[in-house]
Design a protein around this ligand. Structure first.
Ligand code: NDP
Length: 329
């Protein structure tokens, strides 16, 4: 029987999500890859246990994570049942709907019909009464924003979600969503977006918008899916995302230029007593609007490595400049 480490809250940081009452673990665990039906259950169970033991309280899911879609929620539901049920009030479970989940006109995008049916299905797969955060996974240009927000409002009002968020909304869409929700009496607390040393568009406006609105940023793909680690420095390992999936991170993404940059970054990391992944994560956490950085992991050792970033979050001006030079070069 799993018993959580009694020291689990000693080293992790918990950051307030915008001006809401909710704090998130600075590092969180994502279920996009490695939690499908072809992945070994025992490994995913160990990853989740270790994550919780290291102070990670936020687990990030979506209806379509798998493969097949839905499998990650089912597998997480089993892990909850075996291991985490006694700790339900100590964890934040998020799910999303917005990408294609089932056939026909009601299984995709941002209609009330789709979002609320999908949330019910997610709750069933995880065997939960409620999730902590329910996200609109992407903006839908064809559905009025008021309708998508009404779906989130109803999710919260019915008690099936405690908080509501959006994901992949640009600054303009974020402002519209925020004010539509506000008119209904719903406070959007978070926008979940991609941000890493190689993908920095959210620095140009979105972070400011979130600050102004009092929303938090939750960051996905902080390690550029594994590129910003030591994973690809000596070729492409057989058990890597590129080889196992190859859809979202392709062999052609592992360019000599990027590898060169990672090698240079690793010099700075070494000086700071960090690994490359720890450097990449602490560099993201220097932004005060960031409430949590969601990492993916295929191994327990990766979670241990990533959580270690907490031990060195300070950057000197020189270090930041040096990093800029490397990323520009
Ligand atoms: P990362 O950038 O953290 O990439 C994770 C991958 O990097 C791992 O699977 C592993 O690759 C490798 N890795 C992680 N840690 C280490 C380490 N310490 N050393 C070496 N390699 C390491 O994030 P993801 O792209 O997986 O995204 C994280 C989460 O964000 C997702 O699970 C999901 O919850 C969320 N997300 C949300 C999206 C949205 O639209 N809202 C879109 C995408 C993600 P390998 O498998 O090769 O070992």
């Amino acid at each position: 029987m799993y018993v959580a480490d009694s020291n689990r809250y000693n080293n992790m940081l918990y950051l307030r999500c915008g001006n809401s009452g909710l704090k998130l673990s600075a590092i969180s665990l994502g279920f996009w890859h490695n939690f499908g039906d072809s992945d070994p259950f025992d490994n995913m169970r160990k990853i989740v246990q270790r994550a919780f033991d290291l102070g990670i309280t936020y687990f990030d899911l979506a209806n379509n994570y798998g493969p097949p879609p839905g499998a990650a929620e089912e597998n997480f539901g089993r892990i909850l049942k075996f291991d985490l049920k006694p700790y339900r009030d100590e964890i934040i479970i998020a799910t999303k709907a917005g990408y294609k989940m089932w056939e026909g006109p009601y299984g995709d995008w941002g209609s009330k019909k789709y979002l609320l049916a999908s949330l019910d299905q997610s709750l069933k797969r995880m065997n939960l009464d409620y999730v902590d955060i329910f996200y609109s996974h992407r903006p839908d240009p064809q559905t009025p924003i008021e309708e998508t927000m009404e779906a989130l409002y109803k999710a919260v009002h019915s008690g099936k979600a405690l908080y509501a968020g959006i994901s992949n909304y640009n600054p303009e869409q974020t402002k519209l969503a925020y004010s539509a929700a506000k008119q209904m009496g719903l406070k959007l607390i978070v926008n979940q977006v991609r941000y890493n040393m190689f993908a920095r568009d959210v620095e140009n406006g979105l972070f400011n918008t979130l600050n102004e609105l009092g929303m938090g940023a939750v960051i996905y793909s902080p390690l550029a899916q594994g590129l910003l680690t030591e994973r690809y420095l000596d070729g492409i390992p057989e058990d890597s995302r590129v080889r196992k999936s190859g859809v979202f991170l392709k062999e052609s993404d592992i360019t000599p230029e990027r590898i060169e940059k990672v090698k240079k970054l690793s010099e700075i990391a070494k000086r700071r007593g960090q690994t490359v992944s720890q450097l990449a994560l602490s560099w993201i956490l220097r932004n005060k609007v960031v409430a949590s950085v969601i990492v993916g992991a295929s191994k327990v050792s990766q979670i241990e490595d990533n959580v270690g970033c907490i031990n060195n979050l300070e950057f000197s001006e020189e270090e930041l400049k040096e990093i800029e030079e490397i990323l520009k070069g």
